[in-house]
Design a protein around this ligand. Structure first.
Ligand code: ZN
Length: 131
C-alpha cells in the first residue's frame, strides 16, 4: 500500500460520505450478488430501472417494493466509517483488525509483481488484505 492509497483509505466522516451511506439499505450486498443480507432476491424487487435498496441516489430511482429495507441513521453511518478507519489503521500497523495478532506478510519479493501479495492472520487463518 503506498502513501496515496493510505491517505485515500483513511478519511474523516464528512457530509458527502455520510449522505451516500445513509442512502443505501443496511442489507445491500451489491448487485453482483443474488440476494441481500435479509435474503431478498434483487431481481424480484427491481422494477424497471427502480430499486428499493437506494434512496436519494440520482442514478437509481427508489421504489417501495421491499418491506425489509432499512436505511442507516446518521449516527450509524458515522460509526461505520469510524470502524472502517479503525480497521484500516490496524492493517497499516500490520495487525489483524479482528484479533490484533501480527499479520504475516506474504508479498511477492521478486519479478513483475514484486510488493504485491497478501497479509494473512495466523490466528483467524484468513487473508486480511491484498495489495
Ligand atoms: Zn486475526
Amino acid at each position: 500500500m503506498n502513501t496515496k492509497e493510505i491517505i485515500h483509505a483513511i478519511r474523516e466522516p464528512d457530509e458527502k460520505f455520510i449522505k451516500r451511506h445513509m442512502a443505501r439499505c443496511k442489507h445491500f450486498t451489491g448487485i453482483q450478488n443474488k440476494i441481500c443480507l435479509k435474503g431478498v432476491v434483487y431481481k424480484e424487487v427491481q422494477d424497471g430501472t427502480t430499486f428499493p435498496c437506494f434512496t436519494g441516489n440520482s442514478y437509481i430511482q427508489p421504489n417501495d417494493k421491499c418491506e425489509l429495507r432499512e436505511f442507516p441513521t446518521k449516527e450509524e453511518a458515522v460509526a461505520t466509517l469510524e470502524n472502517m478507519n479503525k480497521r484500516t489503521k490496524s492493517l497499516l500497523e500490520g495487525k489483524c483488525p479482528d484479533c490484533g495478532a501480527k499479520l504475516i506478510d506474504d508479498a511477492i519479493e521478486e519479478g513483475k509483481y514484486a510488493g504485491h501479495g497478501c497479509y494473512i492472520c495466523p490466528v483467524c487463518k484468513k487473508v486480511k488484505m491484498q495489495i
